[in-house]
Ligand binder design. Structure first.
Ligand SMILES: *[C@@H]1O[C@H](CO)[C@@H](O)[C@H](O)[C@H]1NC(C)=O
Ligand SMILES: *[C@@H]1O[C@H](CO)[C@@H](O)[C@H](O)[C@H]1NC(C)=O
Ligand SMILES: *[C@@H]1O[C@H](CO)[C@@H](O)[C@H](O)[C@H]1NC(C)=O
Ligand SMILES: *[C@@H]1O[C@H](CO)[C@@H](O)[C@H](O)[C@H]1NC(C)=O
Length: 370
C-alpha cells in the first residue's frame, strides 16, 4: 500500500438526497479533492489506495469523481482527449462496429428473448416497432446494469457511488433516473480506442484457442500483444477505450444454423479477459473511459474471483465500483484487418447510446474512423 497520504479526504453532506437512503447509511461519504478545470488527476488514487473508505465494497472507486458523480470513468473524456483522438483520423474510412440487432440468434442466454420486430401499416406510410432486450446484440452496459453483490441477492446490491438504495428504484413501476443510460447518451462518447488483437496474435504466432471455452486472456498476454503490435510501452492515454478482439464473434460467424441453435449451451463458458485482481490493477492504471470486446462479457466466463474475501467479477468492480461501462459483442473483423494492413493499433471512435431515461443498457451505435 502506497503511503504518504496522497488522498485528501473531504466529507460531503448529502442532506438533499438523504431521503433515498435507508437509515443505516451515514449520509456522509468520502470524496477525492480535485478541481477538474485545474488538475483532473489531483490526488488520484493508485490501485492499492482503493477504496477511499474501507466501508466501501472491494476496490470501489466511489468518491473518486465526487460523491454524487453519475458519469464514472466517462469523466476521463475531455475536450482535450477528444481533440487528440481526432488526430488519429487519417483516411476518412468508417467501420461500423455493431452486429445486426438480431445477432446472436438465438440469444446466447436462454432467459433473453430474441428481437421482436413488428411492422405497422399506417395511412400512406409505414412504422416499425422494436421490442428488444438490450443484452442480446452489441451492447453498452450502463451503470444500472451491474451492482456489487456478495450472494446475488438484491439485499446485497450496491450500485456505483452508492447512489441507488433500493432495487425497486431500478425495476419498479416508478424507476428513478439515477445512473440511467441517459447519462452516457447525453455525454456523447468520443474516444481514442486501442485494439488488442488477441485472435490475430494467436494466428500470427501459430497458436490455437477455442473461444467457446473459459480461455483467460491475461494482462501479461495483453502486454505481449502490445509488443507484437509494435505499441510503445506508454501506449495508454487517459480517456482511451480498450478493446480486445478475443475471436468469439469470428468463431460464432463460422457456426451453421444448427450450431447457432445450440449456442446458449455451447457458448458457456467463453473466452475473455482474466477475472482477477491483476486484471483490475492493469486496467485501473490505464485511466480508461470504457472497455469492450467481441465476446459476451469482456471478461472470461466463469466470471468470478476473490477480492478481500468476497466473490467478485470484473463486471461488479468496473460497473458498480468504477462507473466504467463495458461494451460487448463488438464486431471487429474488418477493422482489425484494416489496422494490421496499416500497422496501426489506435483509432478514433464514437458511441451514441439510446437516450432512454432510467435505461440499463443500449446498443452503442459504435463507429470507428481510420
Ligand atoms: C469510513 O468508513 C467507516 C467504517 O469503516 C465509517 O465509520 C466512517 O464514517 C467512514 N468515513 C466517512 C468519512 O464516511
Ligand atoms: C444474502 O445476504 C443478505 C445479507 O447478508 C441476506 O439478507 C440474504 O438472505 C442472503 N441471500 C441469500 C440468497 O443467501
Ligand atoms: C507459423 O507457421 C508457418 C507455417 O508453418 C511458418 O511459416 C511460420 O514461421 C510460423 N510462425 C511462427 C511465429 O512460428
Ligand atoms: C452443422 O455443422 C455440424 C457440425 O458441427 C454438422 O454436423 C451439421 O450437419 C451441420 N448442419 C448443417 C445444416 O449444415
Amino acid at each position: 500500500m502506497k503511503t504518504g497520504g496522497a488522498i485528501k479526504i473531504i466529507v460531503s453532506s448529502l442532506a438533499s438526497i438523504a431521503f433515498a437512503y435507508p437509515a443505516t447509511r451515514s449520509g456522509k461519504r468520502v470524496e477525492r479533492e480535485f478541481v477538474p478545470t485545474v488538475d483532473l488527476y489531483a490526488n488520484w488514487p493508485s490501485y492499492d489506495e482503493l477504496p477511499l473508505n474501507s466501508s466501501y465494497p472491494s476496490k470501489a472507486a466511489w468518491g473518486v469523481w465526487g460523491a454524487d458523480d453519475e458519469l464514472g470513468a466517462l469523466n476521463h473524456i475531455t475536450e482535450d482527449t477528444i481533440m487528440a483522438a481526432s488526430q488519429t483520423i487519417k483516411e476518412g474510412k468508417a467501420f461500423p462496429l455493431n452486429l445486426r440487432l438480431d445477432v446472436p440468434n438465438p440469444p446466447a442466454n436462454f432467459a433473453r428473448k430474441p428481437l421482436n420486430h413488428l411492422f405497422l401499416p399506417q395511412d400512406g406510410y409505414t412504422d416499425d416497432v422494436l421490442v428488444m432486450n438490450t443484452q442480446i446484440s452489441t451492447q453498452f452496459d450502463g451503470l444500472r446494469h451491474f451492482p456489487y453483490s456478495t450472494n446475488n441477492s438484491v439485499f446485497t446490491y450496491q450500485w456505483y457511488n452508492d447512489l441507488i438504495a433500493n432495487y425497486e428504484d431500478v425495476i419498479g413501476p416508478k424507476p428513478t433516473e439515477t445512473l440511467g443510460i441517459q447519462m452516457a447518451a447525453e455525454k456523447g462518447i468520443v474516444v481514442r480506442a486501442v485494439l488488442f488483437d488477441f485472435a490475430g496474435w494467436q494466428d500470427a504466432t501459430n497458436q490455437t484457442f477455442d473461444a467457446f471455452t473459459d480461455r483467460n486472456i491475461t494482462p501479461d498476454e495483453l502486454d505481449k500483444i502490445a509488443d507484437w503490435q509494435n505499441m510503445p510501452s506508454d501506449w495508454s492515454k487517459p480517456g482511451d477505450m480498450l478493446i480486445i478482439r478475443t475471436g468469439w464473434v469470428r468463431q460464432y460467424m463460422t457456426l451453421n444454423a444448427t450450431e447457432r441453435n445450440l449456442l446458449p449451451v455451447q457458448s458457456w463458458p467463453w473466452i475473455g479477459m482474466e477475472a482477477s485482481e491483476r486484471s483490475l490493477r492493469w486496467v485501473w492504471e490505464k485511466k480508461l473511459s470504457v472497455v469492450g470486446a467481441d465476446n459476451p462479457a469482456f471478461e472470461v466466463s466463469t466470471m468470478s474471483f476473490d477480492v478481500d474475501g468476497h466473490t467478485r467479477s470484473l463486471h461488479q468492480v468496473f460497473i458498480g465500483g468504477w462507473g466504467q461501462s463495458i461494451v460487448e459483442f463488438l464486431y471487429l473483423e474488418e477493422l482489425a484487418q484494416a489496422l494490421h494492413e496499416r500497422g496501426r493499433w489506435n483509432f478514433f471512435m464514437t458511441m451514441q447510446n439510446l437516450n432512454v431515461v432510467s435505461g440499463i443498457a443500449s446498443p452503442p451505435n459504435a463507429l470507428a474512423i481510420l
